[in-house]
Each structure stands twice: as structure tokens, then as C-alpha cells.
Ligand binder design. Structure first.
Ligand SMILES: *[C@@H]1O[C@H](CO)[C@@H](O)[C@H](O)[C@H]1NC(C)=O
Ligand SMILES: *[C@@H]1O[C@H](CO)[C@@H](O)[C@H](O)[C@H]1NC(C)=O
Ligand SMILES: *[C@@H]1O[C@H](CO)[C@@H](O)[C@H](O)[C@H]1NC(C)=O
Ligand SMILES: *[C@@H]1O[C@H](CO)[C@@H](O)[C@H](O)[C@H]1NC(C)=O
Ligand SMILES: *[C@@H]1O[C@H](CO)[C@@H](O)[C@H](O)[C@H]1NC(C)=O
Ligand SMILES: *[C@@H]1O[C@H](CO)[C@@H](O)[C@H](O)[C@H]1NC(C)=O
Ligand SMILES: *[C@@H]1O[C@H](CO)[C@@H](O)[C@H](O)[C@H]1NC(C)=O
Ligand SMILES: *[C@@H]1O[C@H](CO)[C@@H](O)[C@H](O)[C@H]1NC(C)=O
Ligand SMILES: *[C@@H]1O[C@H](CO)[C@@H](O)[C@H](O)[C@H]1NC(C)=O
Length: 592
């Protein structure tokens, strides 16, 4: 089972293949974060970075006029809030604001499009995903008529085939419809005609049906909305390519109201989400400015500006404390069955940004983990993000399911520098992601690493961690006198590997018994990391990261060679490790 020295030499000349972990956490999710020295160090760094930022009045920060509230939250019961930072703009403090003079975790900001997270969650709590593939025309009669017209006229450039637009297409920004009707971006609502004409646009006759009679002011009612919307050309046919729409979220609310027997959408959100989570600083419509941050006066700030029937797309108000409660609830699936939450936090489509996809309404950002070099591991952390911008406000919520952690970011100011919300997330991520992975590795090592032996036969292995690699390494694996280390990799990859590697990753499968003891399942990945790497730049189709295809590829009497189960006693100490295929239970001997 030994590889030849010649092959080893060949491998050393080119770059070796990286480990390819399964998508998901590389280690047990870290706990007791506030007492973890690695996390404490990172949080101290955040504090010093943000202290300096408080005094940074450069064009990209504008700390003098911009206020922000930031919370890093976790689902860990011992550290629900990992870190928070609240910056009150000096200009706000000395102004005659009708809002708060000092921002904190309960200060209410406007959310803009971050509202859409509440909207989709309301739908999922009320109705799950069972209707996700139903045509929207089942629930919205105005669109049924439009679909009939589209079928009759056979003019796809002019008409959207609304009966091919599903609930999921609207929630996932794949309808191909117009972004807003009469609201944001509609020049005839924003400017006087004469201004538009001066810019080079032709005058529109007041009898022109395409001239919105409503929008920002007065708000469109449902009849006017559909009359206007159905005059708009489609951007694309349904499911062609992501194209962000606010109108889609307005239509979703009409559909849910119809499914639920004409209950008001806002009432359903109040019952299903806001009341159940105790979000007392979150408002679907009109928050009182006395609880909010109001830079300038309320009218300039857009504090009371309501979107009417488009409210489900962007009208809401909330605080970082409430957003964090919402985020924890999503990560720990308190309002939804776990499989529905898992499904919700998966991408539905790609975008032309290689590192990005989208879901409902999440933007999915795929982060190559900064702790690893691409030559040692393809470790990707998927983050789920929703941002918003309205009036003098900007927002962002980020979920990192690999660590059960998230960020709530709310910003207010008369001239918020572009991209501030994501800039803040970048700062948090740069400091936190390496620390979280190192903490997860150290904690996983403490709990699981060590030598395991079967007292009844010559069977044993060692579990280790490696600063360059994700997961727990299996080393010196002997099974009943044979070198299972080499045999298992050879069986899995189908040849004698140049440099075998076996690493274990958590599956998330846990059985907790009444007395607190538990079984925890891990997946092994068997790889030949002595093969040459296949970088993207040189390989259009070949990959060196197809691990998911090989799971349970080798079984012995039904049980997979790559499935391992740890037994933990009620104090959380690991007692043993079972190889299912080998029917072998090895007891943990030591942590070395
Ligand atoms: C914190 O900052 C110090 C000094 O810049 C750096 O050495 C250390 O690695 C940082 N720690 C974390 C966890 O970011
Ligand atoms: C910041 O705001 C305070 C209060 O309005 C003002 O006194 C100070 O001059 C401002 N500083 C800068 C750099 O604009
Ligand atoms: C605030 O109000 C006081 C009293 O009405 C007025 O004297 C002062 O100029 C105002 N300050 C600002 C910044 O508008
Ligand atoms: C919507 O507005 C139009 C024009 O103002 C009005 O004629 C119509 O009755 C309104 N429809 C509803 C359902 O309120
Ligand atoms: C929210 O308000 C309700 C009613 O006033 C109260 O019972 C509840 O404890 C509050 N929840 C939180 C999280 O403050
Ligand atoms: C906002 O709250 C203040 C104080 O609680 C109250 O006096 C005022 O009437 C409220 N404003 C609105 C628009 O409800
Ligand atoms: C708000 O402030 C602006 C100046 O920034 C002023 O023109 C406007 O009249 C004020 N509006 C109200 C309602 O006070
Ligand atoms: C151990 O290996 C021996 C032969 O090498 C075999 O007879 C025996 O059944 C094996 N025992 C177990 C428990 O695998
Ligand atoms: C256990 O098996 C390994 C692998 O075949 C062998 O090297 C070792 O000597 C054996 N140990 C005992 C105590 O038999």
C-alpha cells in the first residue's frame, strides 16, 4: 500500500490538491464564545477598530454626521450578544432632533429592503413552501387576466406570461417583471416634467396612460398598481436571470392575503413573527419618531414616508436588538421546522458575481475562508445577507450558519457614504471569520482529538487537527491488525493514493438522550491530496473538489465506511468513536 518514491517526487513538483471538505461547518460550532480567548482577542480588536472609526470623518465614513448600531449575535445561550457598538453622530447629539439623542440597541432605524426578510418569514410561518411552485395567477385575479392576454397576443416582448411566474419566482427575484411601479426611480414622480424635459426626455401628455397617476404621492391603490404594472414591458421571461423587483413582494402579500382568507398582510406579520419573537421595537408601518434616530427633521429623513401596498418590500423599522432576535430565531429555527429553514438558506439562483447567489430574499455571498490557502483547502463559508436603503437610512443583516452567528447593522445619516453597510460587514468578517474558525478548531480538538482504541482487538486511530486544514485528521488507523489508513483511502478513491488524507467533518446529526448524553455523527472524506491541483484558471470543467459525489461510496454490509459516530457522556466528554462499517467501537484513551 505504499506509494512509490517516484510518484511522490512528481507530486512535489506541482502544487498538491487541496482538501475538499463538504459544504458546511468544518468543525463543531464553537460555544462559550465570550470566555474563549481567541474570540475575546478578536472582539478586543473590533473595539479598537471601531473606536478609531468613531472619529473618522473622512469621505468614506463621515462619522460626524452618520450614526450606526451594530450587533454581532449568536444562538449560543451563553452569549446571545457577542459584541455591540453604537455610534451617535456628534451632529445628531447637538441637533434639535425629534428622535433619540443617543443611539443604542433599542434605537429604531428604518430598514428599507431588509423588510423582505420579515415578509418571506411571515409567508413561511403562515404557509410553508408548499405553494412555492404554484403560479401566482392561482391567487391574484388581476394577473390571471394578464396571463390570458399574453397567451392571446403571443407577444413575449410586450407581455409577461404571468401563469408561468411562481410564488418562488417572485420571492427569489426571478419573475422578470419591473422593479417598482410609480415609486423609486420613476422620474415623473420624482421631478417636474419640465426638469425631465430639460434632461432630454420628451414631454408626456397628461392623458398618457403610461404616466403614473400615483406612486410616491399619492400612493397607488391595488387597482391603479395593476393597471400600471401591466403596461410595463418585461425585463426577461420568468426564470431567465435574477432581476430584483419590489413589485414582486407587493404581489406576494396580495397572494398570501387571498390564501389566508383576506387577513391583512401586516396583521399576519404581527401575529406570526413580531409578537411571537417579542419584537417590541419593530414596526411594519409608522414607528413614532421618539423611539428612532432621526437625523435632520423627520420629513428630510423620510421617517414617516410609507410605501403603501409596497410596504412588504421595504417599509419597516427595527432596532439591532430586535434584528438579532430575528436572526437567532432563523438560525435556530424557532418559528419553522428545521428542514424548512435549511431549505430557505440555500441558493435558488446564481448571479454573474462568481462568489454570489440569491435566495428569498437573501443575497448569498460565498466567502473563501481567509484562514486557508487555496492550496490546502477549499473551505467556503456561505453567508446570507439582506441589505436595505431608504431615506436617511441603510441596513444589513448577515447570517453565518457555519458558526450560528450573525450581524445586525443599522445606519442613519443625511449623507451615508455609499456601501457603508457592506463596508461594516467586511470589517467584522475580516476579524471574526479567522477567529471563529480557530476557536471552532481549538474547541473541536479539545473535545474530540486523541487516541482511540478497541480493547478487544488491535484496532486504533488518532484524531488530530492541523492549522492549515479543516476538520479532524484521522491518523495511524489500524483495524484488527491491518493498516486501515491506507486501505480505506485506496478503496474510496479507487487506486493506491500518492498521499492519502482522511478528515472528519460534523454532519449536524445529533441524538440527545434524556440524561443529556448524546450520539454525534461525523462524515469522513477520503482523498488523494498528492494529485496535482486543478486551479479554476486552467481548468474549465475539471475540479479537485467533488467530495459530495463520493459520500457513502464504500459500504460494508450496508453501513458506510465514511460514517463515524461519537458517543458523548452527559458531561459532554467523548467516550468512544464507532466506525459503522467496521462495527468497531474505539474508546478514547487520551487527548494526545
Ligand atoms: C488582533 O490584533 C492583533 C494586533 O493587530 C493581531 O496580532 C491579532 O492577530 C488580532 N487578533 C484577531 C483575533 O484578529
Ligand atoms: C463635527 O460636528 C460637530 C458638532 O456639530 C462640529 O462642532 C465639528 O466641527 C464637526 N467636525 C467636523 C470635522 O466636521
Ligand atoms: C435648536 O433649537 C434652538 C431653540 O429653538 C435654536 O436656538 C437652535 O439654533 C437650534 N439648533 C439647531 C442646530 O437647529
Ligand atoms: C383606486 O383609485 C382610483 C383613482 O383614484 C379610484 O377610482 C378607485 O376607486 C380606487 N380603488 C380602490 C379599490 O380603492
Ligand atoms: C413586548 O411587549 C409585550 C407587551 O407589552 C411584553 O409582554 C413583552 O415582554 C415584551 N417583549 C420584550 C422582548 O420586551
Ligand atoms: C409619539 O410619541 C410622543 C411621546 O410618546 C407622543 O406625544 C406623540 O403624540 C406620538 N406621535 C405620534 C405621531 O404618534
Ligand atoms: C426640514 O428641514 C428642511 C431643511 O433641511 C426644511 O427646508 C424643511 O422645511 C423642514 N421641514 C419641516 C417639516 O420642518
Ligand atoms: C480479526 O482478523 C482475524 C483474521 O485476521 C479474523 O479471524 C477475525 O474474525 C477478525 N476479527 C474481527 C472482530 O474483525
Ligand atoms: C497492530 O497492527 C499493526 C498494523 O498491522 C501492526 O503494525 C502492529 O504491530 C499491531 N500491534 C499489535 C500489538 O499486534
Amino acid at each position: 500500500m505504499r506509494s512509490s518514491p517516484l510518484l511522490l517526487l512528481g507530486a512535489a513538483l506541482s502544487q498538491a490538491a487541496p482538501n475538499c471538505p463538504p459544504l458546511g461547518p468544518a468543525f463543531q460550532k464553537p460555544t462559550s464564545l465570550l470566555s474563549d480567548p481567541i474570540i475575546k482577542d478578536a472582539l478586543a480588536n473590533l473595539t479598537s477598530i471601531f473606536s478609531a472609526r468613531d472619529n473618522d470623518n473622512s469621505a468614506s465614513v463621515l462619522a460626524n454626521s452618520t450614526s450606526w448600531s451594530i450587533e454581532v449575535f449568536s444562538t449560543n445561550p451563553d452569549s446571545p450578544t457577542l459584541w455591540e457598538w453604537h455610534h451617535t453622530a456628534p451632529e445628531l447629539a447637538v441637533s434639535n432632533t425629534t428622535g433619540v439623542k443617543k443611539v443604542d440597541g433599542n434605537t429604531v432605524y428604518r430598514l428599507g429592503s431588509l423588510t423582505k426578510v420579515f415578509t418571506v418569514l411571515t409567508w413561511l410561518v403562515q404557509d410553508g413552501m408548499a405553494k412555492w411552485n404554484d403560479p401566482i395567477t392561482n391567487y391574484v385575479p388581476e394577473l390571471r387576466e394578464a396571463a390570458e392576454r399574453a397567451r392571446r397576443e403571443k407577444d413575449p416582448v410586450r407581455n409577461i406570461p404571468w401563469d408561468e411566474v411562481t410564488i418562488g419566482a417572485l420571492a427569489g427575484q426571478m419573475s422578470g417583471a419591473i422593479r417598482d411601479y410609480g415609486l423609486m426611480g420613476e422620474m415623473t414622480q420624482q421631478y417636474d416634467q419640465s426638469d425631465a424635459v430639460a434632461l432630454g426626455f420628451p414631454p408626456l401628455d397628461s392623458s398618457d396612460k403610461t404616466l403614473p397617476p400615483c406612486g410616491a404621492w399619492p400612493l397607488c391603490n391595488r387597482t391603479e398598481f395593476f393597471q400600471g404594472l401591466l403596461q410595463a414591458y418585461p425585463s426577461y421571461a420568468p426564470f431567465t436571470t435574477p432581476a430584483y423587483t419590489n413589485t414582486g413582494y407587493q404581489i406576494l402579500a396580495y397572494a398570501l392575503e387571498s390564501i389566508k382568507g383576506d387577513k391583512k398582510f401586516g396583521d399576519m406579520m404581527q401575529d406570526s413573527v413580531l409578537n411571537r419573537l417579542g419584537l417590541n421595537h419593530t414596526y411594519y408601518v409608522y414607528a413614532n419618531e421618539s423611539v428612532g434616530v432621526v437625523p435632520g427633521n423627520a420629513s428630510d429623513a423620510g421617517w414617516y414616508w410609507q410605501l403603501g401596498d409596497e410596504n412588504p418590500a421595504g417599509n419597516m423599522y427595527s432596532s439591532t436588538t430586535d434584528l438579532s432576535t430575528l436572526g437567532r430565531s432563523i438560525l435556530s429555527s424557532t418559528l419553522l421546522p428545521p428542514s424548512l429553514s435549511q431549505s430557505w438558506l440555500k441558493p435558488l439562483a446564481f448571479t454573474s458575481e462568481l462568489y454570489a447567489g440569491l435566495s428569498t430574499p437573501w443575497g448569498v455571498r460565498r466567502i473563501p475562508h481567509p484562514l486557508y490557502s487555496p492550496s490546502t483547502a477549499k473551505r467556503v463559508v456561505d453567508s446570507f445577507n439582506k441589505a436595505g436603503r431608504i431615506g436617511y437610512y441603510s441596513s444589513l443583516m448577515t447570517l453565518l450558519p457555519d458558526y450560528d452567528i450573525g450581524f445586525s447593522i443599522l445606519i442613519a445619516g443625511p449623507a451615508i457614504p455609499g456601501n457603508t453597510n457592506f463596508n461594516l460587514a467586511d470589517i467584522l468578517g475580516r476579524v471574526l471569520l479567522p477567529a471563529l474558525e480557530r476557536s471552532a478548531r481549538a474547541q473541536t480538538s479539545n473535545i474530540f482529538a486523541g487516541t482511540y482504541t478497541d480493547p478487544n482487538r488491535n484496532s486504533s486511530l488518532r484524531l488530530t487537527t492541523d492549522a492549515q486544514r479543516p476538520g479532524l485528521g484521522i491518523e495511524n488507523w489500524v483495524s484488527n491488525n491491518t493498516d486501515m489508513q491506507a486501505i480505506s483511502v485506496a478503496l474510496s478513491v479507487g487506486y493506491n493514493p500518492i498521499q492519502g488524507s482522511i478528515r472528519l467533518y460534523p454532519t449536524g446529526l445529533e441524538t440527545v438522550r434524556q440524561d443529556g448524553s448524546k450520539k454525534v455523527a461525523f462524515k469522513a472524506v477520503y482523498e488523494d491530496i498528492g494529485l496535482p491541483a486543478r486551479p479554476y484558471e486552467e481548468n474549465m470543467f475539471s475540479t479537485d473538489c467533488g467530495t459530495w459525489v463520493s459520500f457513502t461510496g464504500v459500504t460494508y454490509g450496508t453501513h458506510a465506511l465514511d460514517q463515524f459516530v461519537f458517543e458523548l457522556d452527559k458531561s459532554g466528554k467523548v467516550a468512544s468513536l464507532e466506525s459503522l462499517a467496521l462495527r468497531s467501537v474505539m474508546r478514547r484513551q487520551s487527548s494526545s
